[in-house]
Design a protein around this ligand. Structure first.
Ligand code: HEC
Length: 100
């Protein structure tokens, strides 16, 4: 119970911090987002869908290994002008996608 509360509080903290920097991308339209287990993952997906298709179509996350993403993400986050907090949230979402 305490652990669940902690996770809940952490999620709220992360969400309230990141909302300041995320601004317009917090809105979620995809109904499948309801299936994501945490708000942070939903946000990560939202960042991905809103920021990562400006220069190319969205890449299929599973097409690249974790090792590849570790190199690709910092590069692409810079190109997409992501705040470091958004990059971290997106990174968590990519990690989650790769293991689900
Ligand atoms: C300013 C332009 C730009 C933005 C914004 C951008 N990319 Fe890219 N991305 C590129 C270019 C250019 C390439 C190389 C050509 C290609 O694969 O289309 C690329 C390639 C990729 C690749 C393939 C890498 C490989 O080794 O084959 C992935 C994955 C990727 N981008 C993910 C992302 C993600 C995730 C974001 C959002 C954080 C993002 N991109 C935002 C320009 C951009």
């Amino acid at each position: 119970m305490k652990k669940a509360l902690f996770i809940f509080a952490t999620t709220i903290l992360l969400t309230s911090c990141s909302e300041k920097t995320v601004g317009t991308v917090t809105e979620v339209k995809d109904v499948k987002d309801a299936a994501l287990p945490t708000i942070e993952l939903t946000q990560g997906k939202s960042i991905y869908q809103n920021k990562c298709n400006q220069c190319h179509e969205l890449k299929v996350i599973d097409s690249f290994t974790t090792e590849r993403w570790n190199k690709i993400l910092p590069d692409m986050a810079k190109r997409a002008n992501l705040a470091s907090s958004d990059e971290a949230i997106l990174g968590n979402y990519i990690t989650w996608e790769l293991s689900n």
